[in-house]
Design a binder for this molecule. Structure first.
Ligand code: 13P
Length: 286
């Protein structure tokens, strides 16, 4: 099986993007995997620190490895937005394929030191793991937002020259820039992406780019962003909304049902539909 690095390279060459979807539970994993398998596409499952605390670090690794081995399928596990060296190390030691050290709240030089420490640790392991870092601010939560979070503006978007400097200093494998994307879904619509900025950042930094905050972005912006140099896209809020709405509907229609494998089945199917639509868009499948 190809490595995650090889799949990302291949995605860039083909002009498509790999889907990265977050999970909080088994229903999410089943829905996402069903969609990926149907389309025969590689897939990345992400767990933020909060999601990982809920699912269990080793449990998450065991779930992904079980599917990968049983089906010989390219399903990968990412430690999404881990905020310190220790939590990145614990995830990599447990068997994650990649990790995101999110140190955007630190001043640039401190972000560089912490990120480099994670990169050096990843390189010391005797298997390939990827380290991604974020530069520029895009908000923090995968939730429904009344307005664009405070602190997001053109001034907090990633500058191509900073991206170049950051990648040179840290040797990260992947960069998550701020290009108009925000975590979460904004009531009046998410902001448009700065496609020109994506192009310039990709040229300047020399590593594949990951678009976070995918929920709520228009189809047109996704397509243009992939063309401009995005190789992986993160989606979380859309899955959370799908899960909740499907569960609420089922419970309302079946107030006496108590078997979780019945009450939660529609959530699996709804997540599958959301993920399938996104994967088709990211891979130009009609
Ligand atoms: P959304 O919740 O906006 O889709 O963002 C997800 C994400 O970027 C996780 O890293």
């Amino acid at each position: 099986m190809k490595t995650l690095r090889e799949y990302i390279k291949e995605a860039e060459e083909k002009g498509v993007a790999i889907g990265h979807f977050n999970i909080s539970n088994l229903e999410g994993l089943h829905g996402i995997y069903n969609a990926a398998k149907k389309l025969s596409l590689p897939i990345v499952i992400g767990l933020s620190e909060g999601e990982e605390n809920f699912v269990g670090r080793e449990e998450a690794v065991a779930l992904i490895q079980a599917i990968r081995q049983r089906d010989n399928y390219p399903i990968f596990l990412n430690a999404d937005h881990h905020y310190n060296f220790e939590s990145v190390k614990l995830a990599l030691d447990a068997g994650y394929d990649s990790a995101i050290i999110d140190a955007v709240k630190l001043p640039l030089e401190e972000n560089i030191i912490l990120t480099k420490k994670c990169v050096d640790y990843a390189k010391s392991l005797n298997r390939e793991v990827l380290i991604e870092a974020e530069l520029g601010f895009i908000g923090t939560s995968s939730k429904l937002l009344d307005e664009i979070p405070e602190g997001i503006s053109e001034a907090t978007m990633t500058k191509p020259e900073d991206a170049k400097y950051f990648v040179e200093k840290t040797s990260i494998d992947l960069l998550a820039p701020s290009v108009g994307n925000v975590h979460g879904m904004v009531k009046g619509g998410n902001p448009r992406l700065d496609i020109e900025r994506i192009k310039k950042i990709r040229e300047a930094c020399g590593v594949p780019l990951v678009l976070h905050g995918g929920s709520g972005i228009s189809d047109e912006d996704f397509t243009d962003a992939i063309k401009a140099g995005i190789s992986m896209i993160h989606i979380n809020t859309e899955i959370r909304v799908a899960y909740r709405e499907a569960l609420e509907k089922y419970l309302k229609e079946n107030p006496k049902e108590v078997a979780p494998y019945k009450t939660l089945q529609p959530a699996v199917e709804t997540i599958e539909k959301v993920v399938e639509a996104r994967l088709k868009l990211f891979n130009h499948i009609k």
